[in-house]
Design a protein around this ligand. Structure first.
Ligand code: BG6
Length: 484
């Protein structure tokens, strides 16, 4: 057992193209779901309200030339500022930088014969910049940025054709970045599909009777695509390490009532474990098959799908961890609070963030032990942090003790999990530079160590400022978390 973090622990941060790049229609890029997600400034911060994405809302967005209410179209203009922004990550001493490639840049037509060279040149330079600073690039192949063209031409992941299109895209990336990129994530938070089908699977809800079945069918296609991408990556470069990823919704029983424990088990299985059992364990678990049977869900599979899933499991388990929740057999009588993508039952022992997400550092240690126990595969924490309102002072400082407190307590628990014997290989804090929120499209929901002077409507100088947490994280990396 190690004392504290191993010497080669991968400290860093993570961003996604669709929340950072902006330049949504530049150099041939086609539209994605985030580009058509309208910002609702009247959002109640403590209750999650999903803005429904429909063909009508997509068409209305396409016709809207004023981008004021479509913040992801501008992001933080990382498309043009990546060199300076990545240099700031390096200044903090990052060992790894997680970033995503936008599928809609590389194949703007969805099924183009050739990839878009302009897009690839941009990603060449992003990756070379990361490497030039001595950081390891970790690339997410698909991060919540479903190309609209794949919805309109093929109906999204419900159509098996997407498996081949995705593999073609992976083939381009694996070959182009061979020897440069070795850490990959196939799909960001694949388990979000149950609550955010349009966003991750491109399957629009038009009131179909079998919508849930469609979601699981689309998901099956993603499972097959990820397994085949893992096979392909290993064939192109045996050094490649391919991760699966879930957003871990850690769930406790509300009381010691046995029925609450059963609810907890069900929640944990169908929200979290099912996805990992398939992608890290290599099989559809019995409880999921039972769930499908009870719900009348039939998943159409090709003859060798299950064999492919079994043969090409992920090399490491990736997870994001933000919050935890509770499960109860008497849920109707309990209070709700907002959570990542969905509302959850409130835990009386935990404080919430300004957006109501329940802050639970001990839950991280619990989760790491829970997941490692089951798969014994290395775990990479690919996202963790807190969204908060920051104030930029006149002297250019931003005092963010709440962010430091959140991160410090979580990293301390991660350290304890490492000391428990869990093989945690890295930690990429979410949103090291402020970006547009995925869920609400607010700029004012900030995660960064670096403040970006831009408001929800795109106004501001766009200048970057180091927050107090910037210096704190720099010191934490330099001392490998020894002070915790
Ligand atoms: C994760 C996503 O679910 O949560 C990120 O992978 C997202 O893209 C993050 O930004 C935080 O969520 P939000 O809605 O606060 O941006």
């Amino acid at each position: 057992m190690e004392n504290g973090f191993p010497k080669d622990f991968l400290w860093g941060g993570a961003l996604a193209a669709c929340q950072a790049e902006g330049a949504y229609n530049v150099d041939g890029k086609s539209l994605t779901i985030p580009d058509v997600m309208r910002f609702n400034p009247k959002l109640d911060r403590t209750i999650t309200k999903q803005l429904k994405i429909t063909q009508e809302s997509i068409d209305a967005a396409k016709a809207e030339l004023d981008d004021t209410y479509y913040p992801k179209r501008r992001g933080i203009d990382f498309y043009h500022t990546y060199k300076q922004d990545i240099a700031l990550m390096a200044e903090m001493g990052f060992k790894v930088f997680r970033y995503s490639v936008a599928w809609a840049r590389v194949f703007p037509g969805g099924d183009d014969a050739e990839p878009n060279e302009l897009a690839l040149r941009f990603y060449d330079d992003v990756i070379d910049t990361i490497i030039s600073h001595g950081m390891v690039p970790l690339i997410t192949i698909s991060h919540f940025d479903m190309p609209i063209v794949l919805i309109e031409k093929f109906g999204g992941w419900y159509n098996r054709k997407l498996v081949d299109l995705y593999l073609k895209y992976c083939d381009v990336l694996f070959n182009r970045y061979k020897g440069k990129v070795q850490y990959w994530v196939t799909f960001n938070e694949i388990n979000m599909s149950a609550k955010a089908g349009p966003k991750t699977l491109g399957i629009l809800d038009t009131g179909q009777e079998n919508y849930e079945e469609m979601i699981f069918q689309g998901l099956h296609h993603q499972f097959v695509a990820a397994a085949r991408a893992t096979e392909l990556a290993h064939a192109i470069d045996p050094e490649n390490k391919i991760g699966c990823m879930v957003a871990y919704f850690t769930t406790y029983a509300h009381t010691c009532k046995p029925e609450d424990a059963l609810e907890m088990q069900n929640e944990d299985r169908m929200r979290n474990m099912f996805y990992l059992d398939v992608q890290a364990g290599g099989h559809y678990p019995y409880y999921a098959n039972t769930y499908f049977k009870r719900r009348g869900i039939t998943i159409t599979m090709a003859a060798d799908d299950l064999a492919i899933i079994a043969a090409h499991t992920a090399d490491y388990v990736g997870m994001s961890y933000y919050m935890s929740m509770i499960a109860s057999s008497d849920a109707e009588n309990l209070e709700l609070t907002s959570g990542n993508v969905t509302n959850v039952l409130k835990n009386p022992y935990l404080e919430g963030s300004e957006w109501g997400w329940q802050i639970d550092p001990v839950g991280l240690r619990y989760t790491l032990n829970h997941v490692f126990d089951r798969y014994q595969k290395p775990i990479f924490i690919l996202e963790n942090s807190i969204g908060a309102i920051d104030t930029l002072n006149e002297d250019g400082t931003v005092h963010d003790p709440y962010r430091i407190a959140y991160l410090e307590s979580h990293i301390r628990e991660m350290k304890r999990a490492v000391e428990d014997g869990v093989d945690v290989i890295g930690y990429t804090m979410w949103g090291p530079i402020d970006i547009v929120s995925s869920g609400t499209s607010e700029m004012s929901k900030r995660y960064g160590f670096i403040y970006v002077d831009q408001d929800d409507y795109g106004a501001g100088t766009k200048r970057r400022y180091r927050k107090d947490s910037f210096y704190w994280y720099k010191d934490l990396i330099a001392t490998n978390g020894e002070k915790l």
